[in-house]
Design a protein. Structure first.
Length: 375
């Protein structure tokens, strides 16, 4: 954490010491995290800003949990730019988005296609904002999340950034999604993608699961397990931990390699999507079975157990898309177009209708490469 704070200070000094402008570091309010909600009054947006507390960062002191947590700066406007300018009228320091790391979008905003498109357009065009900022969505308000983030880290607001740097790769119930990637995905799929989900709970900030976007609007959310299924399907499930029952013992397997291969075929005038998953993992053995777990027959049995679990998990997530949402949340149409243009012309021009009628054939191959014994 300390080196990240120092990097922010260093970058800020670099930006300000050159010919960019003549503003001193203490003359700016550096916004690290920003939340955007739909307004309930005459304004379009409610913007919640989480500024870095440079005095705490410079001293190297962590925020005291006994102190009252900082709250986000609340401003309103018909655009992000006008809201930011409004924030400047309330502060002696100019609000600066050049160090912005994360943006949280509230549910009510995400439900409005026009609002989401406008926000994305403005974020993309703002020259101060990097295309690498992390985007997340929430089923509540973005303000609640920003306030919870500041409770967790009032000095920097770097909670989300730190989570994706230090923790996300070990849980595989979410993925780091930056603005550039989200824009590319949503444009190539006619408005469909899955935003990482963030929640403000009584225990604090929780990141996991997904916010499903179709036609540039919120249609539902995924649990952590459902998002895990999406990531496994896409070959992005590294870090997932799958629990299997073997000889009345719970055996967890940590996935350290996940490859996915998709191909398509037509059978009796029906479209089939064949999904082949190749998983390598490390299983933890119980001391009760610490000897037999090393046997080749036991390993094969364990691998079969995990293959069944992973296959079921992915099929459940596919069923959610087909029956509940009736939307191509996996962007299968784009894969079909790339891999079999002839079948795409026949079946894929209406992606949502295609996904509802498509047959999925899921096969999973699991190889346990290492065994750890739990005492």
């Amino acid at each position: 954490m300390k080196w990240i704070k120092q990097c922010i200070l260093f970058l800020a000094v670099c930006f300000l010491s050159g010919c960019w402008d003549n503003k001193e570091m203490e003359d700016r309010s550096y916004i690290i995290t920003m939340g955007i909600d739909k307004s309930t009054d005459d304004n379009r947006y409610v913007i919640t800003l989480a500024p870095a507390q440079l005095s705490s960062m410079n001293s190297g002191e962590e925020s005291s949990s006994s102190e009252a947590p900082e709250k986000g700066i609340i401003v309103k406007g018909d655009t992000i730019a006008t809201a930011i300018r409004q924030a400047d009228t309330y502060s002696s320091r100019q609000v600066y988005l050049g160090q912005l790391k994360t943006v949280v979008l509230g549910k009510e905003l995400l439900q409005e296609k026009e609002y989401l498109q406008s926000v994305l357009d403005e974020l993309e065009r703002n020259q101060d904002i990097s295309g690498k900022i992390i985007l997340l969505g929430t089923k509540g308000t973005a303000k609640e999340c920003i306030d919870a983030i500041l409770e967790a880290d009032a000095s920097t607001g770097l909670f989300i950034w730190d989570f994706y740097k230090n923790t996300a790769q070990d849980v595989a119930v979410t993925r780091k999604l930056d603005l550039e990637t989200f824009l590319r995905e949503i444009r190539s799929s006619s408005g469909s993608s899955i935003l990482p989900k963030i929640e403000a709970t009584e225990q604090g900030i929780k990141i996991g699961g997904g916010i499903v976007i179709s036609n540039y609007a919120f249609i539902g959310s995924l649990t952590g397990k459902q998002e895990e299924g999406v990531l496994l399907l896409k070959g992005m499930g590294k870090g997932a931990v799958i629990d299997g029952i073997w000889k009345n013992n719970t055996i967890p397997m940590w996935i350290y390699k996940n490859k996915s291969k998709l191909y398509f075929s037509e059978q009796n005038n029906e479209l089939f999507c064949h999904i082949q998953l190749f998983i390598e993992g490390s299983a933890e053995g119980s001391s009760l079975e610490s000897k037999s777990i090393f046997d080749s027959d036991s390993l094969t049995e364990l691998e079969n157990i995990f293959e069944i679990i992973i296959k079921s998990e992915i099929e459940n997530t596919i069923a959610l898309a087909q029956k509940n949402y009736k939307k191509d949340i996996f962007d299968i149409a784009s894969e079909l177009k790339k891999k079999n243009f002839e079948l795409y012309n026949k079946y894929g021009t209406d992606a949502n209708e295609m996904i509802q009628n498509m047959h999925f054939d899921v096969s999973v191959s699991v190889k346990i490469r290492t065994i750890g014994v739990v005492d």
